[in-house]
Design a protein around this ligand. Structure first.
Ligand code: DX5
Ligand code: ZN
Length: 214
């Protein structure tokens, strides 16, 4: 079944506990961590994950858009993250592999993320060590951008490799997902859909979540 991971980047940060209750029919809470260096924006970090942990039983899906995330992955696990994903562009291949190991050593799920310009091949060395691969369908940094349909061949390639090499691995898509583009990413093999503006901008959030699932 398709899972929905609303991004709290589009929520009201002054009322996060309440904003998470509004998405309780979804599957994961997607938390976008940005450092102002890997991406040109700054969002939230460890203290926010720590505060969210006791207010929800939903898994926290933490997307790290930070340089050299290996420095922080264990702290995000300790703060309460259930899934931690790191960008392959943010460090050396050795450190990316080591970051995945550190997340697993904490008993959490680990994954790698690909920016739009990064080819599917960049994820392949980590495929067997990943619980999730995240394909960006916008340039990371901001919510509310236009969906990049030209990422679909990459998504399809990753779906084929996952089916062959590690079928338990989830394939997540992030950026510009709405009821129309959701159908396209599902057709191309995604099973976890991140959606920020399409969820928090909806008049009726539970029915929007159901609509995105297809
Ligand atoms: C962008 C973030 C996304 C963002 C998606 O860098 O990783 O998670 O919140 O927002 P929408 O769904 O509005 O494109
Ligand atoms: Zn994200």
């Amino acid at each position: 079944m398709v899972k929905i991971a609303p991004s709290i980047l589009s929520a009201d940060f002054a009322n996060l506990a309440q904003e998470i209750r509004r998405i309780e029919t979804a599957d994961y809470v997607h938390v976008d961590v940005m450092d102002g260096a890997f991406v040109p924006n700054i969002t939230v970090g460890l203290p926010v994950v720590r505060c969210l942990r006791p207010v929800t039983r939903m898994p926290l899906d933490v997307h790290l858009m930070v340089d050299r995330p290996i420095r922080y992955v264990e702290q995000f696990c300790d703060a309460g993250a259930d899934i931690v994903t790191v960008h392959v562009e943010a460090d050396t291949p050795e450190n990316t592999a080591l970051a995945l190991e550190k997340i697993h050593a904490k008993g959490k799920r680990a994954g790698v993320v690909l920016r739009p310009k990064t080819p599917a091949e960049a994820a392949r060395p980590y495929l067997k060590a990943c619980d999730m691969i995240l394909v960006m369908t916008v340039e990371p940094g901001f919510g509310g951008q236009k969906f990049m349909a030209d990422m679909m061949p990459k998504l399809r390639t990753l779906r084929d490799w996952i089916d062959q090499e590690n079928p338990a691995c989830e394939l997540e898509v992030d950026g510009g997902v709405d009821p129309v583009t959701a159908k396209v990413v599902i057709e191309n093999g995604a099973n976890v859909l991140v959606a920020g503006s399409a969820v928090y901008g909806a008049a009726d959030i539970p029915s929007r979540i159901a609509e995105l699932r297809g």
